[in-house]
Ligand binder design. Structure first.
Ligand code: ADP
Ligand code: ZN
Ligand code: ZN
Length: 838
C-alpha cells in the first residue's frame, strides 16, 4: 500500500500530461487534499463501486486518516516513481455538483498559460480549509423505514447496520445527522452507509461548519408606511429616511444619518408602533448598509439604451467593450444588464480595481440589489472570506463585487462577468505565480461558461481596443461618447511650471491653480487635488551634505511619515516596510538642516494649510485609509461638506461620483510621464483622463488644471482634448514598430537571491543559453539587466525579458530545463505578459 507521507513532497504529483475532464467510472484521478497543514494534489484510484465527476467532494485515505478532498482531473498515467499497487482507492463521494467541472478546466488552463503548477493556481483560487471547516451530513430520503425493511415484495433487504442508520436518522426531526455523530452511534457505519447510498435511501451532503457564532446587531425595520399626527418632525424624518432605504437600516447607521448619539428617539417611535428594533444576524461579509443616497433605475440615454439592448440580446460567450467617457453612465448600463441576468436566476461577477472598491460603488449596487450583493476582496479576514465562499457555492442568484482575486468566485450559475475600468493595472498579478491578467482569464472563464464579458472603460487598454476593433469573432464595441444629461467634459488647462518659476512663483501651487482654489471656495464648491505618489518621493536628505536616508535592505530612499500628534516622525520603506525614527541630525555630518523633501500628500496638505489657511482639506491616501471603514468615513465627511478639498493619490482616480466636485488639480504630471517602461504614455493618459473625469459631474460645470514641467508632451495634448483616438493613433504605431504588446508578446523572467554573485552568475549563464536559442526560437532576448530597484528585502534582483510575435511562430524555451540552470540559492519566476517592470 502507498502511504502518502506528508513530509516528502515527491508524492505531490506535478502536472501530468494527458488528462481528461468529465465523467469516468474508474481510473486515476488527481484529488486536491485540503486538511490542516496540507493543500496538495494526490493521485487516487476510483473503485468500481463509485462514479466520480470532476468537482466532486470526496473522502480519501491519507496517512492513516480519512480526509476531505476535491476531484480535480482524471489522469491516465501514474506520477513518476509510483506503481499502481501504491495507489489507494477513493473512500467515498461526500457531495456532488458543488463545483462545476469547467471550473477546474479553467484553473488548468491558467496553470498552463502562466507556466505554474496546478496546485499553486488552486491555492490562489480556494481559501484554505474550505473542506475541513465543513461537515458531512447524511439525510434520510424515506421517512417510513418499515415500508422498505419489511415489504418482502419489493425484494429490498437491508443489512442490520443500514437499518440502524436509517432508524437513527428518522429519530431526528429533520431526518439528518452529521456523519461524525452517526459513526459514533453505529459501529461500522461506513458499510451501512454505502448500502443506503447505493439504494438512494439517503443522501450525503456538505454543510458549512458553524465554528464561529453569527454576529447579531440591532436593526430598525419600518412597520408602518403611514405617518400619523402623533409623530413630531424629527420622528417623521426617521420614518422618511427608513422609507428611502427600503424600510430597513442598521440602528448604528440610522443614528448617524439623523445625527443622534442616543437611541431614545427610536425607542419612542417604536413604542408608537411605527418601527421595530430587532436583533439581526450581521454576516461577517462586510454587509454595511449605505450612507450614500439610495437610487432608482434611471431612464436611459439613447446611447445607454443601445448598449443595453445589445448586451441583453447576447446569448453565449461574447466580449463587449463598453467605451464610455467619464460620467457617461457606464455603471448604470451594468446595473440594468445585471437586472436581466438576475431575473434569469443567474449570478454575476463584477470586478473593479483595487482602489475602485469604494463604498459609493458598493452602496449603489446594494441599493439596487439589496442582500444579493456580496463584497469580496483581499483585505477580508479568514472568517469573512470563508463565509463569502460558502455563500458563493450556493446556487441562488447573486452578485459578487470584488477585486482581481474575486474572478475565482466559484459561482455555479454564472451569467455575466463585468470588468469595470478594465485598463487598470491592479487587474494584473505581478507575484506570486500565477501572474495572471484578470481580463484574460475572465475571458477564458466566460468562454467556458458561455456567458458575456463586459469590459468597461473611458480609456481602454490597447490590448482590448485592438482585440475588439479588429473584427474578432464574438466581440462588440459599444460607445457612450457623451456624459449623461449632456453635461460637458471639463476643460483641461495645462500650466507650465517652468514659467511660474521664471516669474518668481516658488510655491507648489501655480497662480492659475491658486486662483481656481479661491474661486472654488467662494462659490462653495468642492475640489480634488491629485498627487502621483511615485512622482516625487518623500525622501529625507541633508541640506548641508546631501546625505539621503536609505533603506538598509533595499536600494531605495526611505519615505517620511508624519506621525500622530505626540509621536516621533518615522521613516518607512515602501518596498519592505522597514521603519525607523527620523534622525534629528544628519547621521553623516551632524548638521541640523536635515529635512524631508518632495511632495507627498502630507507635504501638500501642510503647504495648503500655510498658503490657504481658510481651506479645509482631507487626506485620502493609503496612509489615511488603512483602517477598516476609513474610506467610508473620509468620503462621508467630504460628501457632507466638512471639507473643501480632498487631497490624495491614485485612490482618487477611480469610481468616485461626487456631483459637487467642480475643480480637479494635478500637482505634477511629470512623475507619471517619466515612468521608465513602454506603457508610460498609456498609463499617463489613463490616469490623467480618469482624474479629470471626477470634475463637473453635477449641475455645475467643472474644470481641470494640470501642472507640469513638460507642457509639450503629446500625451498631455490628448488629455486636454479628451481625445482617446488621438492618443491611440499616436501610440499604436510606436508599439507596432517595436513589437510591443498588443502586437508582440513579452515574458519577463525574474531572478532573485540573497547572494549577489550567485544571481549574477545564473542570469549571465541563462542569458547566454537563451541568446543561443533565440534565432531558431524566433524570439528576442532583452537583458539580463538588474531590476530598477536592484535590492529589495536584501534580495538582489535581475531580469531577462523575452519578446516575440503573437502569431505563433515562436518556440519558447523549456522553462523547467532553464530552471535546472539556476543555482539553488537563486529563485526564478516567470511573469507572462508582464506589466510591472520595477
Ligand atoms: P461612469 O461609470 O460612466 O463614470 P456613472 O454610471 O457613474 O458614470 O454615471 C454618472 C452619474 O450619472 C451618476 O450619478 C449616475 O447616477 C448618473 N446617471 C447615469 N445614467 C443616467 C441617466 N440615464 N439619467 C440620469 N442620470 C444618470
Ligand atoms: Zn549632512
Ligand atoms: Zn526596504
Amino acid at each position: 500500500m502507498w502511504n502518502p507521507d506528508l513530509s516528502t513532497p515527491s508524492v505531490v504529483s506535478e502536472p501530468i500530461t494527458g488528462y481528461t475532464i468529465g465523467t469516468k467510472a474508474y481510473g486515476l484521478v488527481e484529488v486536491l487534499v485540503d486538511c490542516p497543514g496540507t493543500q496538495a494534489l494526490f493521485t487516487y484510484n476510483v473503485p468500481e463501486r463509485l462514479s466520480i465527476r470532476v468537482g466532486d467532494i470526496l473522502s480519501v485515505p491519507l496517512g492513516g486518516q480519512i480526509v476531505g478532498g476535491i476531484a480535480i482531473r482524471f489522469v491516465d498515467r501514474l506520477p513518476d516513481g509510483l506503481s499502481i499497487d501504491k495507489i489507494k482507492d477513493i473512500d467515498d463521494v461526500v457531495a456532488s455538483g458543488l463545483f462545476k467541472a469547467n471550473y477546474w478546466q479553467w484553473l488548468t488552463q491558467i496553470a498552463e498559460y502562466y507556466y505554474t503548477p496546478l496546485i499553486q493556481v488552486i491555492k490562489v483560487a480556494l481559501p484554505p480549509g474550505l473542506l475541513t471547516r465543513s461537515h458531512r451530513r447524511i439525510r434520510a430520503l424515506i421517512s417510513d423505514e418499515s415500508a422498505i425493511t419489511t415489504d418482502s415484495n419489493s425484494g429490498i433487504f437491508l443489512s442490520h447496520i443500514a437499518k440502524q442508520i436509517l432508524n437513527l436518522l428518522n429519530s431526528h426531526p429533520a431526518r439528518n445527522y452529521s456523519w461524525q455523530h452517526i459513526q459514533k452511534q453505529v459501529p461500522q457505519a461506513r458499510r451501512g452507509l454505502r448500502e443506503l447510498l447505493d439504494r438512494q435511501l439517503v443522501e450525503s451532503y456538505l454543510e458549512s461548519g458553524k465554528t464561529q457564532h453569527p454576529k447579531l446587531q440591532k436593526a430598525v425595520i419600518l412597520t408602518s408606511e403611514l405617518v400619523g399626527s402623533d409623530l413630531n418632525d424629527r420622528q417623521r424624518k426617521v420614518v422618511e429616511i427608513l422609507k428611502q432605504y427600503h424600510g430597513e437600516l442598521w440602528q448604528s447607521d440610522l443614528l448617524k444619518l439623523i445625527d443622534s448619539k442616543s437611541s431614545a428617539i427610536l425607542k419612542n417611535i417604536s413604542d408608537k408602533g411605527y418601527i421595530a428594533i430587532v436583533n439581526k444576524e450581521k454576516l461577517r461579509s462586510e454587509q454595511e448598509l449605505g450612507i450614500f443616497q439610495q437610487e432608482q433605475a434611471k431612464v436611459l440615454t439613447s446611447d445607454q439604451a443601445v448598449a443595453l439592448a445589445t448586451i441583453n440580446q447576447l446569448s453565449g460567450f461574447a466580449q463587449v467593450l463598453l467605451h464610455g467617457v467619464t460620467g457617461s453612465g457606464k455603471t448604470e448600463v451594468y446595473l440594468q444588464a445585471i437586472e436581466q441576468i438576475l431575473s434569469q436566476s443567474r449570478s454575476v461577477l463584477v470586478l473593479v480595481p483595487e482602489i475602485g472598491l469604494t463604498p459609493q460603488l458598493t452602496d449603489r449596487f446594494r441599493s439596487r440589489f439589496g442582500d444579493k450583493v456580496c463584497v469580496y476582496h483581499s483585505a477580508l479576514s479568514d472568517g469573512e472570506r470563508y463565509d463569502t465562499w460558502r455563500q458563493m457555492l450556493t446556487p441562488t442568484s447573486q452578485i459578487i463585487i470584488g477585486t482581481r482575486s474575486a474572478i475565482f468566485a466559484p459561482l455555479p450559475n454564472l451569467g455575466l462577468i463585468v470588468l469595470d475600468e478594465e485598463h487598470d493595472s491592479s487587474f494584473k498579478q505581478d507575484q506570486p505565480s500565477p501572474t495572471y491578467q484578470t481580463r484574460d482569464i475572465a475571458k477564458w472563464r466566460a468562454q467556458l461558461e458561455s456567458c458575456p464579458l463586459i469590459l468597461g472603460s473611458a480609456t481602454p487598454s490597447l490590448e482590448t481596443w485592438v482585440n475588439v476593433t479588429t473584427n474578432q469573432p464574438s466581440t462588440y464595441y459599444l460607445s457612450l461618447p457623451t456624459r449623461v444629461q449632456s453635461r460637458p467634459l471639463p476643460p483641461v488647462e495645462i500650466v507650465d511650471m517652468r514659467q511660474e518659476l521664471q516669474q518668481g512663483n516658488r510655491s507648489i501651487f501655480s497662480r492659475p491653480l491658486a486662483q481656481a482654489l479661491r474661486q472654488m471656495q467662494a462659490n462653495k464648491q468642492q475640489g480634488i487635488l491629485f498627487i502621483h505618489r511615485r512622482g516625487h518621493s518623500t525622501f529625507v536628505s541633508c541640506r548641508s551634505c546631501g546625505y539621503v536616508c536609505e533603506c538598509p535592505n533595499c536600494d531605495v530612499s526611505l519615505a517620511y511619515h508624519q506621525p500622530g500628534a505626540a509621536e516621533h516622525a518615522q521613516l518607512r520603506c515602501h518596498y519592505c516596510n522597514h521603519r525607523q525614527p527620523q534622525p534629528r541630525k544628519c547621521p553623516e555630518c551632524d548638521s541640523a538642516y536635515f529635512k524631508f523633501f518632495g511632495s507627498g500628500t502630507q507635504k501638500i496638505v501642510e503647504e495648503l494649510d500655510r498658503e490657504f489657511p481658510q481651506l479645509k482639506c482631507l487626506r485620502f491616501d493609503s496612509d489615511t485609509t488603512r483602517t477598516k471603514g476609513a474610506h467610508r468615513q473620509i468620503l462621508t465627511a467630504f460628501v457632507r461638506g466638512e471639507a473643501d478639498l480632498l487631497v490624495g493619490t491614485q485612490m482618487l482616480t477611480k469610481g468616485l461620483d461626487l456631483p459637487q466636485v467642480t475643480l480637479v488639480g494635478v500637482i505634477a504630471a511629470d512623475g507619471l510621464l517619466h515612468l521608465s517602461d513602454y506603457r508610460a504614455a498609456e498609463r499617463t493618459f489613463q490616469t490623467l483622463t480618469q482624474v479629470a473625469g471626477r470634475s463637473g459631474r453635477g449641475d455645475e460645470a467643472g474644470k481641470v488644471i494640470i501642472q507640469t514641467y513638460n507642457p509639450e508632451h503629446p500625451v498631455l495634448a490628448a488629455v486636454t482634448k479628451h481625445d482617446y483616438a488621438a492618443f491611440i493613433n499616436a501610440e499604436l504605431p510606436e508599439r507596432r514598430v517595436l513589437d510591443y504588446p498588443p502586437y508582440g508578446k513579452l515574458i519577463l523572467l525574474r531572478f532573485s537571491s540573497l547572494d549577489a554573485a550567485a544571481v549574477e552568475q545564473t542570469v549571465t549563464e541563462i542569458g547566454v543559453a537563451l541568446n543561443d536559442a533565440a534565432i531558431s526560437g524566433h524570439y528576442e532576448v532583452l537583458g539580463p539587466a538588474p531590476a530598477t530597484v536592484m535590492r529589495v528585502s536584501n534580495r538582489y534582483r535581475w531580469q531577462i525579458m523575452l519578446k516575440y510575435l503573437a502569431n505563433g511562430t515562436a518556440t519558447l524555451p523549456d522553462w523547467e530545463l532553464l530552471r535546472t540552470k539556476c543555482s539553488n540559492v537563486v529563485k526564478m519566476t516567470i511573469d507572462v505578459d508582464p506589466q510591472n517592470f520595477l
